[in-house]
Design a protein around this ligand. Sequence first.
Ligand code: NAP
Length: 534
Amino acid sequence: MQRTLRDAAAQAPSVSIVGAGLSGLAMAMQLRRSGVTDITIYEQSDGVGGTWRDNTYPGSGCDVPSHLYSFSFAPKTDWSRRFAEQPEILEYAESCVTQNDLARHIRFGTTVEEAHFDEEHAQWRLSVTPRGAATREVVTDVVIFACGQLNRPATPDLAGAVTFEGTSFHSARWDPTCELDGRQVAVVGNGASAIQFVPAVARKASALTIFQRSTNYVGPKPDRAYGAIERWLLEHVRPYELAYRWKIYWSFEARWLLFRRDGWPGRRLAGTFDKGIRAQVVSDRLPETAVVPDYLLGCKRILISNDWYPTLHRPNVEVVTDPIDHVEADAVVTGTGRRYPADVLIYATGFHTTDFLSHIAITGVEGRKLADEWRAGAGAYLGITVPGFPNCFLLYGPNTNLGHNSILFMVERQISYILQLLALTSATARTSSSRLSVDVTPGAFSRDSQRTQRLMSATVWAGSCRSWYKTATGRITNNWPSWSVRYWLDTLRVRRGDVVLRYTDAPSPAGVGPAGGESDGERRAASAGRVQRS
Ligand code: NAP
């Protein structure tokens, strides 16, 4: 049986986590429960919650049911409604911090700029910059990147955009001071974010123009507030809540069938959808080309909303499918030359999704740069680890996004797998001065990549649509290509043949210290007169 980190606490590593979103916080929680106390979380912003801190637009919420949107080891059972909104999810993230005493581990306003593996000492050296202070180097045994896939807003480079004299912002950087009442608002994009805020904006604006490049499948959202009795049962009767959670999980898992390219369930649902849209939505103002997708169901993310189509029918709303040509001081102009006056321009244009971690310079063994390894598209063994980058792990990494179930399930599996790897290194250390690093073998990585791409070719994502899951060359780098249960099985146990462990007996390097504040390990090291570590 594999030993836990707690069994081997004497060799417990120092761990640095980059990002205090839900996955970074969950990693820290589980590390602490495994006996690791020397944990530092670097967070460039001033708050926790990641995407749920960033996306504060009106109507922001989750399209995965609430009871599957908390970690099984930190369940939230008092959700107010079936599909939680952003404030309640952010509150959950904050409660993870308070209930698990994580605040002392977090360095807010601190950016990790670079990470390189010091082979001699088998440790990572991070260049971290606390806001307003000089960059300094810290040393850590393990680095875990928990930066998410949807954290860097992408704003298109529209001709003339800089000449726009009104207010403009990206939906993930919502300007709460921007007055929308009675204004002429232009929205670029109609993806998952737009469909959530457009109905609220349409109720305020005098005119709202949606610039739409492609259509989406938008289904109904079975949302409602929980009644008092149901909420009490969910909150206080644990078996009831667990059964409810499992019911959601399995009903969502069954949706995987929709994502098979040759599957009849997807075709059948698409047929029903198209028929319903033609009958109920298509009108003189909304031609078929504006609302009926021309690609396989699921190729782009399937959206859910109850007020999207009614909003499109409002007299003050117009959907424009002509491509944007340029922006002027007070208008957006399309290729046909038509001007759409605008006081406010909102970019709901998504994120830089396929260039994972490109904002951090990461160097592994023999000077290998992660950016070079990922030139043709990001990839990692089970989405977690890359050969040549020992003791470096990813959460919500390449090919771990889901179109059909909760991403928190995947993150839990990654955390469990990383803990197993760390237990392996800690438990196998021969002496207290030995350090072990764990690395995936190139062979295992290559087999895993080939399997991922083979499975991917049978999915709807391999169809001809444009989506945020694909690189410019069409490689699908973001999604997991199978059932989430399959991922669970793959991450259940570390296959010893797929990883190599290396001993290092060199002492810790001198002259480096923490980025600010003290973690347990920092205090221990300082009081023992040893070299400080992060
Ligand atoms: P998105 O789905 O990638 O949508 C971006 C939109 O902008 C698309 O309509 C896209 O058109 C359009 N666009 C991009 N560049 C453009 C350009 N140069 N000119 C014109 N249009 C352009 O981004 P998102 O809406 O921010 O959502 C991203 C993901 O975030 C979602 O898929 C989802 O996973 C996550 N999200 C989740 C929730 C939730 O409920 N859990 C809520 C919000 C977001 P094309 O379609 O033609 O590319």
